[in-house]
Design a binder for this molecule. Sequence first.
Ligand SMILES: [Zn+2]
Length: 216
Amino acid sequence: MKTIIKIFVCNPFMVNNYVLRNEKNEALLIDAGYSNNEEWSILHNYIIQEKLDIKACLITHPHIDHIWGINEFYNKYAKDIMMSPEGYQLYQNINDLADQLGMDKIDILDKSKIKFISEGEIKIGDFCIIVLETPGHSDGSLCFYLPEDNIIFSGDLLFYESVGRTDFITGDWNKLVDSVKNKLYKLPDDTKIYPGHGDPTTIGHEKKNNPFVSEL
Ligand SMILES: [Zn+2]
């Protein structure tokens, strides 16, 4: 199965939001940082134009820049929003962070509208995804690995020659290093990484060149 990936960079934090589609035009969203009408209409027009059948929205971690638009997503498409149970704990308190950052509060979606996922394989339509629990940037952070395409969506755990910050609540440097070394660096070197911010990279490139977590 060949997955086609489209990147939408949104909101002042420049989050990479990904739309994945397969040969049947089934589609998944990874993260929902759409913060205003313009960003929403660009996404929505793409969905209409390409006749995509949205199946779900998977959340790497519920920091505000990655979940800004999940209410709109739910209202527009009424499809599953998937995150970890630990992520939901963090999401429930997200307005504390919004306060700190001087941002408007957001409405928190009720638990009943969330589908909880944890480490292991999930099938959504024809997509086969291996969910990896990768705490460090925050508790409940997930990475999504598609073995058939050999690609991984790393959220804010691992970036091109960098890593996510660990100074937000539940951030933990030792957990981050452990997640990178024992989960991501176990994947094949040619696995392509699509991070939550910035350019794509590969596992092999990061093992050699990442100044924070190298595997030399
Ligand atoms: Zn984050």
